[in-house]
Design a binder for this molecule. Structure first.
Ligand code: GRF
Length: 204
């Protein structure tokens, strides 16, 4: 059994889907193989209620409640990130699910954190490209294809090695809302498969 910790900042629909795929005995893609042992949040958010619903231990570390001495942007980011990671204890993988803070990823943690992004990276990634902003940009561009990307997290937004992608046909979707819903649907299937494949390759 692999143990993962899920990192959140938002409504928690991704966490809900991951928990379903861990614990549903009929349809769960990761059932019997992956367990979510903690949820880590950088703020109060709806995802904490989802953690409660599934009985998963949750931890919140707000930046506003944290300090380090001496305080520089670099020491703060490093100390805050490590303190958050340490709350999860010993896990095989950290999985971001709508987590909005940029972490400091030390060499020891490289390849141990995944994220899912609602576009075909490297397009529409980086600072400011989150939530509906991504889909608005895709629609405005006239691109025919969008989708979602699972990638390894490094020290830049939406930048690390891409491990899986799924495409969505933009032309058949009239509005930004339709595109967003369709990409979310694709994410629900892609992420659990990508997490399981990654864990099995990493720890074979
Ligand atoms: C996900 O759909 C994913 O694309 C992105 O953030 C969204 C989070 O939504 N990384 P939620 O908080 O899981 O509902």
């Amino acid at each position: 059994m692999y143990n993962i910790s899920v990192m959140v900042s938002g409504a928690g629909s991704t966490l809900d889907s991951l928990a379903y795929h861990c614990y549903d005995e009929t349809d769960g893609i990761m059932n019997g193989m992956v367990s979510i042992t903690s949820v880590l949040a950088d703020r109060d958010c709806g995802a904490l209620k989802i953690a409660e619903k599934w009985g998963i231990p949750k931890f919140v570390l707000k930046k506003s409640d944290f300090d380090v001495c001496p305080r520089t942007p670099e020491t703060f980011k490093y100390a805050w990130s490590e303190s958050l990671f340490e709350m999860a204890g010993d896990v095989d993988l950290f999985v971001q699910a709508g987590f909005l803070s940029l972490l400091h990823v030390t060499p020891e943690r490289e390849g141990k954190i995944l994220n899912i992004h609602p576009s075909l990276l490297p397009k529409y990634g980086g600072k400011g490209y989150y939530g509906r902003h991504v889909h608005e940009a895709v629609k405005a561009s006239g691109d025919n294809v969008s989708g979602c990307t699972v990638h390894v997290v490094d020290n830049e937004y939406d930048h690390g090695t891409i491990i899986a992608q799924e495409t969505v046909d933009v032309n058949s979707l009239e509005t930004v809302e339709h595109l967003e819903a369709s990409v979310k649907w694709a994410e629900r299937m892609l992420y659990p498969r990508a997490i399981l494949n990654f864990l099995q390759k990493q720890y074979k």
